[in-house]
Every structure is written in structure tokens, then in C-alpha cells.
Design a protein around this ligand. Structure first.
Ligand code: 5GP
Ligand code: ZN
Length: 109
């Protein structure tokens, strides 16, 4: 989708620190991390929020949850949040579905 910042990250036209990928989803570090671990997981295809993704492409939703869970178990001690702000009044600012993986507990090196 033209003018969607996350579609541009999927296309590689703006840079991001990618931490994981699957056929349907990608994961990258949030540009303004609010916790020690702050990773965004998005579907490669544009859907405006997680409810739309769930309704329109449930297989992509499962893929996103599986990639996110894998990344969270790699990057944290297993104590994390996986959250989806949905709608402007709930704090959504980028209208391409995305989950936030946040944790104060990075995986030990
Ligand atoms: P929301 O508020 O919509 O739930 O989350 C959007 C998130 O995207 C925010 O945490 C914000 O820091 C992050 N973000 C916005 N623009 C960019 C960008 O260009 N690159 C990356 N990596 N993260 C971004
Ligand atoms: Zn998009």
C-alpha cells in the first residue's frame, strides 16, 4: 500500500533491523524501543489492524503468532508481552497490523 511505512519495510525501501522472517510475516526492532526488548511482528500483506487480519486472512494471523512466539522465546527469558493496539483511541499510530513483543528480560547472551 502506497504511503504505508510498514509496507515499505516489507518492500525493503526503508531500512529496519530485521530479527526474523517467515513466508507470511516479518519481525524487526521498534525504532523507539520502550523496553529492553521491543520487536514488531507484521504480516507481509497490508491489513489495517489485527481484527482485519483475523477476519480476512486467518492463516496469516497464525503465521504471525507463530513467528512472534518463536522470536519472543529466542530474544527473551520467556517472560514477555505480545500486544496489538487496535484503533486510534487505543494508541494505534501505524495502520498496518502489528504485534508488539516487549520484555524487560532479554535472553542471556
Ligand atoms: P502502534 O502505536 O501503532 O501500536 O505502534 C507503532 C510502532 O511503530 C511504534 O512503537 C513506533 O515506535 C514504531 N515505528 C514507527 N515508525 C517506525 C519505523 O519507521 N521503523 C520502525 N522500526 N518502527 C517504527
Ligand atoms: Zn502496509
Amino acid at each position: 500500500m502506497i504511503d504505508c511505512i510498514f509496507c515499505k519495510i516489507v518492500a525493503g525501501t526503508i531500512p529496519a533491523t530485521i530479527v526474523g522472517e517467515s513466508a507470511r510475516s516479518i519481525a524487526f526492532r521498534d525504532v523507539a524501543p520502550r523496553q529492553a526488548v521491543h520487536i514488531l511482528v507484521i504480516p507481509r500483506e497490508h491489513h489495517s489492524n489485527i481484527a482485519e487480519l483475523s477476519a480476512n486472512d486467518p492463516e496469516a494471523l497464525v503465521d504471525l503468532m507463530q513467528l512472534g512466539s518463536r522470536i519472543a522465546s529466542d530474544q527473551t527469558t520467556g517472560h514477555f508481552r505480545f500486544t496489538f493496539n487496535t484503533g486510534e483511541l487505543a494508541g494505534q499510530t501505524v495502520f498496518h497490523a502489528h504485534g508488539h513483543i516487549t520484555s524487560t528480560q532479554p535472553a542471556k547472551a
